[in-house]
Design a protein around this ligand. Sequence first.
Ligand SMILES: Nc1nc2c(ncn2[C@@H]2O[C@H](COP(=O)(O)OP(=O)(O)OP(=O)(O)O)[C@@H](O)[C@H]2O)c(=O)[nH]1
Ligand SMILES: [Mg+2]
Length: 349
Amino acid sequence: MKIGIIGLKQSGKTTIFNALTGQAAQTGYGANKLEVNMGTVAVPDERLDRLTEIFNPKRQVNATVEYVDVAGVEGEKAVDPALLNQIKVTDALLVVIRAFESDAVVHPFGSVDAIRDFQSLMDEFLLSDQAIAETRISRIEKVVKSNKNAPEKKEYDLLQRVIAHLEEMKPLREMELKEEERKLIRGFQFLTQKPVLVVFNTGEGDEASGLLSRFREASAGMKHIDAIAVSGEIEMEVSQLSPDEQPMFMEDLGLEALAKDRVIQASYSLLGYISFFTAGEDECRAWTIRNGTVARKAAGEIHSDIERGFIRAEVVHYDDFIALGTMAKCKEEGKLRLEGKEYGVTETS
Ligand SMILES: Nc1nc2c(ncn2[C@@H]2O[C@H](COP(=O)(O)OP(=O)(O)OP(=O)(O)O)[C@@H](O)[C@H]2O)c(=O)[nH]1
Ligand SMILES: [Mg+2]
């Protein structure tokens, strides 16, 4: 899974990137202009750890999340194409919104108002997508108008619908698209098509429940969007400590879970992602798929050859396996099932 971190200038994106990845990228004004910070972290998974204990494989391979932290956006105008390019191939956007007060940090709009900034960014993303769609339309308009059978005709018609949808101030996340249509516009990587996890960057000890409930009002009816509050600066400090030291500081700060883990959890649930496992003497490994992905496609995550040659899979539910302890026992008890190509892999199956 790959997540793009985006937000207004000086909202704390790089601070939060550091908290999520344990890196120490430079923060503060002008720190990264058009440079990109990238970091990959392993998705912690107790179930996988348990499988490793049982199978004792040569290696354990966790699922990973890749974060891309880019420069801040200006607000109130379409997003810079150079920046768009940097967060292009991402599954979701992590939108950082400043909610902390500080005289030392300049806010581009002159004051701290998190809900205003949220709305302003959403508008900016709409504008940005509109500009992309319009540019493409103007490029193919001539050929489509002069030749009814032009191959670009389908794309042209779809982009007209996309623009009409955006003009109603509706994000493309909420547009009904057929699989074929989705493919047709995939290359544009429209911002408003991506699921959004808003991270309100709050000051130390700030109570965030009021802000989160105002967010829920402001985002009522919107789809594929969620929000959490994170104290960026504190979380970054904790992330720089050794794993042994972290629990004590978390307790002192009253943190039940780290932003690093909360963001991963929120992202999985926002995207409807789940893990399935493969386990053996060589490796125990977690794979990320969308909940309900058919077995053949899930197998394709492992290798395209397996997808092509897929006949059936032997499946056992994690809980059954842990309860019974060995594959042989699962087979004996009828818990090892043969499933065909179209079997939907879900968390509970
Ligand atoms: N008080 C306080 N300051 C913070 C917090 N998070 C970030 N800052 C400060 O805000 C400034 C900007 O932080 P960055 O993480 O560099 O922000 P950014 O969004 O990456 O900035 P650009 O990449 O320049 O757009 C830095 O001086 C941080 O120390 C916070 O939670 N509380
Ligand atoms: Mg930054």
